[in-house]
Write a protein that binds this ligand. Structure first.
Ligand SMILES: Cc1ncc(COP(=O)(O)O)c(C=O)c1O
Length: 338
């Protein structure tokens, strides 16, 4: 609800708060996230797209290397029109299978010194899967021993923390740089923060300016994110428990498949035994008739008789009981079959 968020944002503005500068909301947010992540500093960016491309570029320049590796479904490759290559002159090695987590063996197959490796935690496009902690620690150590930087795409790092149950600084501490989204788990307006050491962030700030990302009026974005840090981050374990309950009910019913089973983060995918076009029509009819939206976007499957959608459990999803979600999925499938 915008009015609730706006009221909560106002509570975070003390009289005389300047819009910019070291006492302004952006600097407060940067300090707060650096403290939570245990990094030397943090730097606001207008988007995660810009923050991550800049992080990789800085790691590459420092190492005199131009290749990086990441999961085949990384946001950097799928959604950013190859900005890493066209804007920054970097090369991408997809590591591993697109439907599975990246492994140490996948990384070992890359026969080239890398500037950086990117881990997305949780890996959104495969239902929010996360590597086991000991495996992650071993992968990162191996990569860093080879001279590459370890970068965390932590767009949803607070969701990942709900699975690892470790202090955020222990998770972030594995990496040379960490990006956190201000509008995903934190349900802010927009924006991102890049965290790491001071020399790296100084170079990143120069690139942010060159790319037109040094916006001076970002205080509403920072206030919205500060609100999310206070109100939503403490609820992540509750969101995760609800995701587990929803997935269990869906799988017990059996009409659809919730995966992973059980969910690790407060997110999972629902795989449906119906083609995408039919489910799209059914979903649109449900919105028109009773205003319930089950998914914003459907995912195709190599099997043309199936498709899937993502469930991300935050405040809104808490309003739906497992039984309600099962009955909505049944309604969706009934309508898709007509
Ligand atoms: C995992 C992941 N990384 C990076 C991004 C990019 O963030 P932004 O939309 O702020 O550019 C997104 C956005 O959806 C994302 O999901």
């Amino acid at each position: 609800m915008p009015e609730v968020v706006l009221r909560q944002m106002l509570e975070r503005v003390e009289p005389g708060t300047p819009p910019d500068g070291p006492r302004g909301p952006v600097a407060r947010l940067e300090r707060r996230l650096a403290e939570m992540l245990g990094t030397q500093a943090a730097l606001f960016f207008p988007t995660g797209t810009m923050a991550q491309q800049v992080a990789l570029r800085v790691h590459a320049a420092r190492r005199g290397r131009e290749a990086f590796a990441a999961h085949p479904q990384t946001h950097l490759d799928v959604w950013e029109r190859r900005g890493y290559a066209i804007v920054h002159g970097l090369r991408f090695h997809p590591a591993g299978d697109r439907h599975e987590l990246m492994t140490a063996a996948d990384l070992a197959l890359i026969g080239e010194p890398l500037a950086a490796v990117v881990w997305e935690l949780p890996q959104r496009d495969i239902g929010g899967l996360l590597p086991e902690w000991h495996d992650l620690v071993a992968q990162v150590a191996e990569v860093r021993a080879g001279g590459a930087a370890a970068h965390l795409d932590g767009a949803r790092v607070f969701e990942a923390q709900a699975y690892y149950r470790r202090p955020l600084e222990e998770i972030a501490g594995l990496f040379d740089s960490v990006y956190v989204s201000l509008y995903k788990s934190l349900q802010g307006v927009r924006g991102a923060v890049l965290a790491g050491d001071v020399p790296m962030l100084r170079e990143a700030a120069t690139w942010r300016t060159r790319l037109g990302g040094n916006v001076h009026d970002a205080w509403p974005l920072a206030l919205a994110a500060l609100t999310g840090l206070d109100t939503l981050v403490p609820r992540m374990p509750e969101f995760r428990d609800h995701a587990v309950a929803l997935a269990a009910a869906i799988n017990a019913d059996g009409a659809a498949l919730a995966w992973p089973d059980p969910p690790q983060a407060p997110m999972f995918h629902v795989h449906l035994p119906a083609p995408r076009a039919a489910v799209e029509r059914a979903g649109a009819a449900m919105i028109a008739e009773h205003g319930t939206q089950l998914f914003p976007r459907l995912r195709t499957s190599p099997d043309p008789t199936r498709c899937a959608f993502e469930v991300s459990v935050g405040e809104n999803a808490m309003e739906f009981s497992p039984a309600e979600v099962v009955s909505l999925i049944r309604e969706l499938l009934d309508r898709a079959a007509r």
